[in-house]
Ligand binder design. Sequence first.
Ligand SMILES: [Zn+2]
Length: 181
Amino acid sequence: MQRIFSSPWTPEEYAATEAHRQILPDSVCPSCAQPTPLHRHGHYPRWVVSVLGALMRLWIARFLCPLCRRTISYLPDFALTYRLLGPDSFAAYLDGRHERPEVQSWWTLLGTYRRRFEAFGGELIRTVGAGLGLAPPLLSQGLWPWIKRAGDSLATVTRQLVTTFKVGLLRRYQCHQPAGP
Ligand SMILES: [Zn+2]
């Protein structure tokens, strides 16, 4: 399972301080919802694009629940599930901030994110409804303004979508679903 946590670190700080070693897991298993200490269970690499447009390799911490035996990885919320570019870069792209280095360098890839976002928008609206504290938009053109109004940043809103509604910004993923009964 994948958990998205509020990262106090930028990607650069995360890499420089080996932040994956400092992450404290939840005291309640995110998968089976039982109170239990989660055990460290190694880490794995993944790539992210920095705000300067450079590829960076980060280590992602993984834990094991002794009760349900599921592994839970802790993804910092500056990253999007299975995507190279994070929510901050995607928000800058959607806002047309073409001057940002990573938006320029990764324009084509960000365009595929936008198409995915728009294609998934209807399902996202049906899943969340008014759950973001705002009336959902009626038209797909209202999708981005709706998401944008729902929190301080796209990272915050995406984390809320995954944590509360078990749905990603661009897709529904098996790794966000808790274990069945
Ligand atoms: Zn568990």
